[in-house]
Design a protein. Structure first.
Length: 203
């Protein structure tokens, strides 16, 4: 099975036909897709002028989309290296079992769904690397009241998500599943209340 870097080389290779280059970019998303496969593909297509069903897109646009994906992957790999170093220090100090704070990282190992978007057509417009950088920065600071990507404070608690965790606070503006460790307890309570009010208005 080809890895991310091998697939990236296929996308950049001008000797490959455009259908293969497009296919290889889609396969890259099986290795790294911050919003989930469909939402990340929608983001890349919208941001780089690629028709989602175009089998022979402009190769320059394909490479530009790959560049954005690779930049985001570099940010994520840097974070994972820091995480691994911290866990090594903690184990050396006798802390063998990760804390609850690390549950989020365990669910997003490899970067798939790190900023999960349940609706593939609703996702942040900012570059992927910037989005991941904002989430990682939020994980390093005290919890806040809103989305670390767009700063929207209207969060809605959603259940039956198609990604682990199967429920959580979703940003009403940019659509990401906000990592719970970046939110205050009060923000989480508010998100759950929004969900309850929405259910009550439907009933």
């Amino acid at each position: 099975m080809a890895g991310f870097r091998s697939l990236a080389r296929q996308v950049r290779d001008p000797g490959n036909d455009l259908a293969l280059r497009r296919y290889s970019l889609r396969k890259c998303l099986e290795r790294f897709a911050p919003y989930g496969h469909r939402a990340t593909w929608d983001h890349l297509c919208a941001g780089h002028g690629i028709g989602p069903e175009d089998r022979a897109p402009d190769p320059a646009r394909l490479v530009a989309a790959l560049d954005e994906l690779e930049a985001a992957r570099a940010v994520w790999l840097g974070y994972e290296a820091e995480f691994a170093a911290r866990r090594k220090r903690e184990k050396h100090a006798g802390l063998r079992i990760p804390g609850s704070f690390d549950d989020w990282h365990r669910r997003t190992w490899g970067g798939f769904g790190v900023a999960w978007c349940e609706d593939p057509s609703v996702h942040p417009e900012r570059p992927l690397a910037e989005v991941l950088g904002r989430i990682i920065a939020a994980l390093r600071t005290v919890p806040g009241a809103g989305c670390p990507v767009c700063e929207e404070q209207r969060l809605v608690w959603q259940r039956d998500l198609a990604h682990d965790p199967w429920c959580g606070p979703v940003c009403a503006a940019c659509g990401i599943l906000v990592p719970q460790p970046v939110l205050t307890a009060e923000a989480l309570v508010r998100a759950k209340l929004v969900r309850r009010r929405e259910l009550a208005s439907v009933a």
